[in-house]
Design a protein around this ligand. Structure first.
Ligand code: B12
Ligand code: SF4
Length: 450
């Protein structure tokens, strides 16, 4: 059996004319994980296609196509799915968007896989081989990641030269928090899923790399697990980069293990400088009064910071852009990133904005964190998009970069390389805007239009 696994492009993450330079592009884990889950009793040849780095041959030869779908890539995924189905090739869709909105995906697929697929994807393949594939496969309520259902990702299938690294690993999934804009609690609930620590250590070893990226959304969701994991990483003598919350500096024992295990960079979701925004988004555990101290503590331990901020939450007024840009430069956040608040369908935020009649478009290709898709409370959509673009430009101006990198004084060569990647992003972002209001047309409120 020939199985083609596809990751469709999004508006910004695409092969031709994309904005993610190689310096910002690490190899994705989804397709190599699914490739590894193909069971031995279903002999299959697997082809992986990441449309972020290559074109998809529309005449590809396959018996089954599997595609991973996030909201921003859903329109492209459906277009491809319709094409392959018209050619008589059955299509399976899975991933966050399909899990959140199965009814949106169903008309474009022969089968949907909802939730994590460690148990269901092998089952689907066996059913397909036996000629009885079901229309829907759902993660079981008691799903766990165990030695029995985990396989080591088939990283050897990556087209390695297109990525800065393929040493991308995952220890946990999910998050205990419930931030209202986040896809994770809505799609997968608040129970963290943890891989056995020996499995993670072996997976890190198998990468053969000395620099490893953990893609877990919140590595410290469960501090006891995190401490045990970091302790087990110490003997490997690697450098690692990962995601956590700002709570990481609160527990000295945890922080000590983070440092001793080789952490050199953390992505922290600061989100906003407004405590009211944080409270109403249910992310009240972030306290902007502590942000500078957190940055300083981590810098003192040689950890660089990828700090993420979001604009357009309900308490944001037009002065938020200038304030945030100044803060980020002043606090010397090495690698800041900014997003436009995006109510991903299925999240609590989407449901609230929909009830308030504030969703401006259901064109999901615009739901990528860089377009305005809802009516902001205290500014116009145009002010939001322009303010957001302006912050990217200021913070990635030569002066902004120099002040931040010099202030942080950690991982300087890496910091310069990634800052240059994001400078390209910052300078070109405006070219990717396809929102009506940015190209001079009036936004269309779906409710008013209906
Ligand atoms: C690594 C990552 C990236 C990487 C690589 C992306 C990639 N294509 O893999 C980069 C940095 C490029 C990236 C970029 C973006 N990302 Co991203 N990313 C992630 C992250 C942190 C991990 C994904 C991952 O590899 N997980 C590990 C694998 C094994 O798990 P998985 O993908 O969920 O797959 C499992 C199941 O879902 C299922 N499954 C998934 N697909 C399929 C398909 C089939 C056929 C089957 C059978 C099963 C199946 O099986 C797998 C095994 O259980 C997730 C958060 C998360 N934890 O899911 C966000 C996440 C997917 N990203 C998100 C977003 C918004 C983006 C960006 C738009 C951000 C931005 N503003 O630029 C861009 C857009 C990229 C694009 N394609 O257009 C959102 C998607 C939300 C949504 N509803 O759309 C997520 C969920 C984060 C979040 N909390 O909001 N991202
Ligand atoms: S802490 Fe991060 S991963 Fe967890 S729910 Fe909030 S935004 Fe999502």
């Amino acid at each position: 059996m020939r199985v083609a696994l596809i990751s469709p492009k999004g508006p910004l993450y695409r092969h031709r004319g994309g904005i993610f330079k190689k310096s910002l592009r690490y190899a994705p884990l989804t397709l190599v994980t699914l490739a590894a889950l193909v069971p031995d009793d279903v002999p299959a040849s697997i082809e992986l296609i990441d449309e972020g780095i290559e074109d998809i041959p529309l005449d590809l030869q396959a018996d089954l196509v599997g595609m991973t779908v996030i909201t921003g890539s859903s329109q492209r995924a459906y277009e491809l799915a319709d094409h392959f189905r018209a050619r008589g090739i059955p299509v399976v869709l899975g991933g966050p968007h399909v899990t959140l909105l199965p009814e949106d995906a169903a008309p474009h697929a022969d089968a949907l896989v909802l939730g994590y697929a460690e148990d269901t994807w092998p089952q689907l393949l066996r059913d397909f081989a036996a000629g009885r594939m079901a229309p829907r496969y759902q993660q079981a309520a008691d799903f766990q990641l165990t030695h029995d259902n985990l396989r080591f990702p088939k990283r050897e299938l990556h087209k390695r030269n297109n990525y800065i690294t393929t040493a991308v690993v995952e220890a946990t999934r999910g998050c205990i928090h419930d931030c209202d804009f986040c896809v994770v609690p809505s799609a997968w609930g608040r129970r963290p899923f943890e891989k056995p620590i020996e499995h993670v250590v072996e997976d890190v070893r198998r990468t053969g790399a000395k620099h490893v990226i953990f893609i877990d959304l919140n590595l410290i969701s469960h501090p006891d697990y995190a401490k045990a994991l970091f302790a087990a990483l110490i003997p490997l003598r690697i450098h690692w980069y990962g995601l956590s919350t700002t709570r990481i500096t609160r527990d000295p024992e945890l922080l000590d293990l983070v440092v001793r295990s080789g952490c050199k960079g953390l992505l922290l979701g600061f989100e906003t400088l407004s405590p009211d925004n944080l409270r109403s988004s249910k992310k009240g555990f972030n306290d902007p009064r502590n942000y500078k101290a957190i940055v300083k503590t981590l810098h003192e331990r040689g950890i660089s910071i990828n700090g993420t901020f979001v604009f357009g939450l309900d308490q944001d007024t037009p002065d938020i852009f200038q304030r945030t840009a100044e803060f980020v430069i002043d606090a010397a956040i090495d690698l800041p990133r900014f997003a436009v608040a995006t109510p991903f369908p299925g999240t609590t935020l989407f449901k609230r904005l929909e009830a308030e009649g504030r969703i401006l478009t259901r064109d999901f290709s615009l739901y990528d964190g860089q377009h305005v898709v809802f009516q902001p409370a205290r500014m116009t959509p145009q002010q939001l998009i322009e303010g957001h673009t302006e912050v990217w430009r200021k913070v990635y101006s030569w002066t902004g970069m120099a002040r931040r990198i010099a202030g942080a004084r950690v991982q300087i060569p890496l910091s310069i390389a990634s800052n240059l990647g994001y400078r390209f992003y910052a300078k070109n972002l405006h070219q990717y805007y396809t929102c009506d209001w940015f190209v001079g047309r009036e936004p269309r409120n779906e409710r008013q239009a209906a």
